[in-house]
Design a protein around this ligand. Structure first.
Ligand SMILES: Cc1cc2nc3c(=O)[nH]c(=O)nc-3n(C[C@H](O)[C@H](O)[C@H](O)COP(=O)(O)OP(=O)(O)OC[C@H]3O[C@@H](n4cnc5c(N)ncnc54)[C@H](O)[C@@H]3O)c2cc1C
Length: 399
């Protein structure tokens, strides 16, 4: 895009990575997205292309075979990919979160075991927190991991909404361990569950039923995971520290929020591109609809929202990269980017008139993708809870 969503102060390496990804998106993703999405087909060829570009290891430290790039670089890459097709960004999103958690909180042995293979895309990650009975209220998790006599854990319970549940080979699983640790949320533990790709009983006691049928976000698989007497070694506990799972997953979610904001920016950019092009082609009452002030003003509003969301997303990523706590800013970026994305997409849809309702037009797909961003990595209500809590701490009245 010539003018909108520019990012000041990028290094040459960042600019080069982004230019390569943009070209890949324009040539390999945009022309194929419609057909793959309507067929609910996994984008296998595109995933291979991303592996070749090193995108699965983009933030993994160089000593473990990755590119060692920042959250900002990653977020800008995701923005580009989501501009092409949000489902493709879904393939790398959970993988990126799991790699981040292992790099930050894993033992040296866990890092050496997983990260080099994650960097090539040979091992691909899924992130499993939600259950049929809960999403926002993570502390209510009921899936249980109980120690047996030999020191292993036995896991029982059902997890819900695993993005990449069938195609991943590593699941970061949050389960209740109740091992006597005190303090809020200290009874939850993250396990690194290795499994084969596929559906059905993939390991004794672990079943991945088929793909869930979704309104949009097609192509990428979203599944349940059923644990029934599933046995797993204590060495699979992330960081080998039981009871720390909640904070590890929240750290993952925090980078995930920037990433969801970036996806929302990507979709909004694409919706704007489609709308401004269509508005100059479609004529009514003897002139292009872009020349009717009502439509021109819509374009102005849309562009302003695209710009604001992008800048907030970039700010949240940069804060995290600098080591500063960014929960409030990541929440704000996620909130505004996802809400604006829904609004911009809706306006682009209206500008397309009746054609926006046709499955032949890309905007119809974006209309089905945008609502997911209002929910994933925490709903807007949950973002407002986090933002207001952070602000009330910061601006506490001093008596
Ligand atoms: C396509 C898809 C992919 C997903 N992928 C994953 C994944 O990979 N891994 C994973 O773990 N999860 C995943 N999720 C789950 C997602 O994170 C949850 O759906 C989300 O967190 C919301 O939880 P919920 O659906 O249980 O809604 P609920 O928590 O039941 O919320 C229902 C409504 O109540 C509101 N609400 C809840 N609590 C409050 C409160 N305290 N104050 C005000 N309002 C409140 C919510 O904002 C929402 O509007 C995915 C979901 C979808 C749809």
């Amino acid at each position: 895009m010539a003018r909108l969503a520019q990012t000041a102060g990028l290094s040459d390496v960042q600019s080069e990575i982004l230019a390569t990804v943009r070209e890949f998106v324009d040539k390999e993703i945009i022309p194929k997205a419609q057909e793959l999405e309507h067929g609910d087909t996994y984008p296998a060829e595109i995933v291979e292309g991303m592996k070749e570009m090193g995108l699965f290891g983009i933030t993994i430290p160089e000593e473990y075979g990755g590119l060692g790039e920042s959250l900002l670089t990653y977020a800008l890459v995701v923005e580009e990919i989501a501009r092409g097709w949000m489902s493709v960004s879904g393939v790398i999103n959970t993988h990126f979160i799991v790699a981040h958690m292992i790099a930050r909180h894993g033992t040296e042995a866990q890092k050496r075991h997983f990260l080099p293979r994650m960097a090539t895309g040979e091992v691909r990650g899924a992130f499993s927190m939600s259950e049929p009975g809960l999403g926002s209220d993570v502390a209510a998790i009921s899936t249980k991991a109980t120690r047996d006599g030999g020191g292993d854990y036995v896991v029982d319970g059902t997890k819900m909404w695993l993005t990449n549940g069938g195609t991943s080979t590593l699941v970061a699983l949050l389960a209740r361990t109740d091992e006597g640790a005190d303090g809020p949320h200290r009874n939850l533990t993250t396990f690194l569950v290795e499994k084969p790709e596929g559906y059905g009983e993939v390991l004794p006691g672990l079943t991945i039923p088929g793909k869930l049928d979704k309104m949009g976000y097609k192509g990428v698989d979203t599944t349940e995971a059923v644990f029934d007497g599933f046995r797993i070694g204590a060495y699979t506990v992330l960081g080998e520290t039981p009871g720390r799972g909640f904070s590890y997953m929240m750290d993952g979610i925090e980078v995930g929020r920037v990433n969801v904001a970036a996806r929302a920016c990507g979709i909004a950019i694409r919706a704007f591109e489609l709308a401004i092009e269509y508005a100059q082609q479609r004529e009514t009452f003897g002139k292009p609809i872009a020349e009717h002030q009502a439509i021109a003003f819509k374009l102005a509003d849309m562009a302003t929202k695209v710009e604001a969301a992008h800048q907030m997303m970039v700010n949240a990523a940069r804060l995290k990269d600098s080591g500063t706590r960014n929960d409030v800013e990541a929440g704000m970026a996620k909130l505004i980017a996802s809400e604006y994305c829904a609004e911009v997409t809706q306006e682009a849809f209206r500008i397309h008139g009746g054609y926006g309702y046709s499955t032949e037009y890309e905007i119809e797909r974006l209309m089905r993708e945008a609502p997911f961003l209002l929910i994933g990595e925490g709903t807007s209500e949950i973002q407002k809870t986090i933002i207001s809590k952070g602000l009330l701490e910061e601006y506490r009245l001093r008596s």
